[in-house]
Ligand binder design. Sequence first.
Ligand code: ZN
Ligand code: ZN
Length: 279
Amino acid sequence: MVDYLANTEINSQRIAAVESCFGASGQPLALPGRVLLGEGVLTKECRKKAKPRIFFLFNDILVYGSIVLSKRKYRSQHIIPLEEVTLEPLPETLQAKNRWMIKTAKKSFVVSAASTTERQEWISHIEECVRRQLLATGRQPSTEHAAPWIPDKATDICMRCTQTRFSALTRRHHCRKCGFVVCAECSRQRFLLPRLSPKPLRVCTLCYRELAAQKRQEEEEEPGVGSPGQPAYLAGAVCGASSGDDEDSDEDREGSGDGDWPSRVEFYSSGVSWSAFHS
Ligand SMILES: [Zn+2]
Ligand SMILES: [Zn+2]
């Protein structure tokens, strides 16, 4: 039981080991009542290609990072509060097996496990933690999720105009709203997406039209919000050059969660080689 693991020496040692692997590049992870439930390597589908990432499941947060030296040194730490997480299992394809999507309002991405068993273990452990975390905080499961970025390799042509062919000179861009791979011409506009960033972000032509229409409707229903003549959304409609905003979002920093949740999750140990859940 996690109850039993909370505030034990072995749990503190495990968490200290994770902290030391991330070193100065990571945040402190030890908190009263926080339990490290499991860890393992999952393949994360990034913009350019799928990469192995180390994942740590705590009772209140999911932490992942890139692997410099297995079990010794990790970096690029990301912390996702579990109460914001929803999972979506993905169907099997010939090329991709044991996948599922981890979705949050800020960011959504696809991971895969080494086997069906591991996938099932990860999903059931994460879902159980999320359920208990929501119960403890009284929050509702989140319903809005960031669209996952479609990997660059998935398409050679712009997914909006279907005319532009990408090459070394013709760059791919990602719409922050729908996650589609689009050309520069089809993603000239920026729109303020407060859930994702305080700055207006690149959106495709279709999403821009939809967002602008939505915004207009909101402003009509609520007159007085936004000055007449210059609707608020237009402030975000800047046709600027790309400012390196298309970098893999994997390098983004994410906030840490508060972990004062009383932990009661059942755990079990699995015999699989890549991922292990603590006993
Ligand atoms: Zn295009
Ligand atoms: Zn879009």
